[in-house]
Design a protein around this ligand. Structure first.
Ligand SMILES: C[S@@+](CC[C@H](N)C(=O)[O-])C[C@H]1O[C@@H](n2cnc3c(N)ncnc32)[C@H](O)[C@@H]1O
Length: 345
């Protein structure tokens, strides 16, 4: 077998410097996350401002805020203009709320429960179980069910990351051949909204936990799509509603281990007619030594939910065990693929 080193950025750095850059990644995550949570980029939306003024508004210690922004300005997040004054950069603009391409909620999320669970990665590697459950005493979705503020950040973060993925899927796949499409584990409904928006004759079903699907219903109604969707609350481990000829799941199967994923897919099988289509919108892991964010996302799944990212062969086997044949894997302009399975008789 030939081996190849994973290329690291900045090859002009020494090995020690490259390793230190990687080792201090947790410092960078926290620094960005805190700036995002404070809303610094939003306060710089109209131009440069002094750190003292920002600190007063944010009710934080001015020298400490200066040290935070100075460190981030060394990484192209914010620009220090002198006299302790800072402005946004193209990168920090993405920490503003509600702008196109915003990752503000993602930045906040990755500095909170996710960050704490990653601190227990050794536990997960030792046991194969999600560290999150050990730390918080319950699964991540049960936790979000009980913590509406954290849940709101999580679902907004999912929406931020998924928006590009969703639009890329709409571009790459012809959904117009279906009459009714069900989005299982729909989150706040952005995917179905994008698909229905591009396919005016299509109808849809939103399905997620009751506390989540409520938000999705409101979001689709606000976009004028309320007439074309039903929303149903429930757990996909118990059942999946019938009535659609195709079912899509975006970033759902990767949350679960093989046994749980097969349970969900079997319930989808029961809900679809013979020949019905299941579509998974997921990362498909590349082979050895290829640098790919999916391989870190896979560790994130290990720590947070006990789930995993999978290769094409692993998806084929999973679908087969639930009664589906993997027909096609369609690449999109995002890092996720549309994995198409067809229900057997
Ligand atoms: C990672 S999010 C993906 C959300 C959305 N599909 C997207 O692409 O942004 C996983 C979704 O699965 C939902 N979920 C988790 N457990 C569930 C269950 N037992 N039954 C139904 N939905 C569930 C969560 O509420 C969440 O909306």
């Amino acid at each position: 077998m030939t081996t190849q080193t994973i290329p690291l950025d900045r090859p002009e750095l020494t090995l020690e410097q490259r390793l230190m850059r990687l080792l201090t990644g947790n410092w960078v995550t926290q620094a960005i996350s805190v700036a995002a949570e404070l809303g610094v980029a939003d306060r710089l939306a109209d131009g440069a401002r002094s750190c003292d003024e920002l600190a007063q508004e944010l009710k934080v210690q001015p020298v400490a805020l200066y040290r935070l922004l100075r460190a981030l300005a060394g990484m192209e997040l914010f620009c220090e203009l002198g006299d302790r004054t800072f402005a946004n950069t193209p990168l920090s603009e993405r920490l503003r709320s509600g702008v196109p391409g915003s990752l503000r909620n993602t930045a906040i999320m990755l500095g909170q429960e996710h960050y704490r669970a990653w601190g227990e990665l050794l536990t997960s590697v030792s046991t194969g179980d999600p560290a999150f459950e050990r730390m918080f005493g319950m699964g991540v979705f049960e936790y979000f069910d009980q913590q509406p503020v954290a849940a709101d950040v999580f679902h907004r973060a999912m929406g931020e990351q998924a928006r590009r993925t969703h639009l890329a899927a709409v571009e790459a796949y012809d959904f117009s051949r279906f009459g009714k499409l069900m989005d299982v584990g729909c989150g706040h409904g952005e995917l179905l909204a994008a698909i229905l928006g591009a396919n005016p004759d299509l109808h849809g079903i939103l399905f997620d936990l009751p506390s989540v699907v409520r938000h999705a219903r409101v979001a689709l109604t606000e976009r004028g799509l309320g007439e074309r969707v039903e929303s149903i609350g429930g757990s996909f481990f118990e059942w999946v509603p019938a009535g659609a000829d195709a079912c899509i799941m975006s970033s759902v199967i990767h949350d679960w281990d093989d046994r749980q994923a097969i349970d969900i897919l079997r319930n989808v099988y029961e809900a679809l007619p013979p020949g019905g289509t299941v579509l998974l919108l997921e990362r498909v892991l590349p082979g050895p030594n290829v640098a790919d964010l999916g391989k870190l996302a896979d560790l994130n799944m290990l720590v947070m939910t006990g789930g995993m990212e999978r290769t094409e062969d692993e998806f084929r086997v999973l679908l087969k065990q639930a009664g589906f044949e993997l027909e096609r894997v369609i690449a999109t302009k995002s890092s996720s693929c549309v994995i198409e399975g067809v229900r057997g008789e």
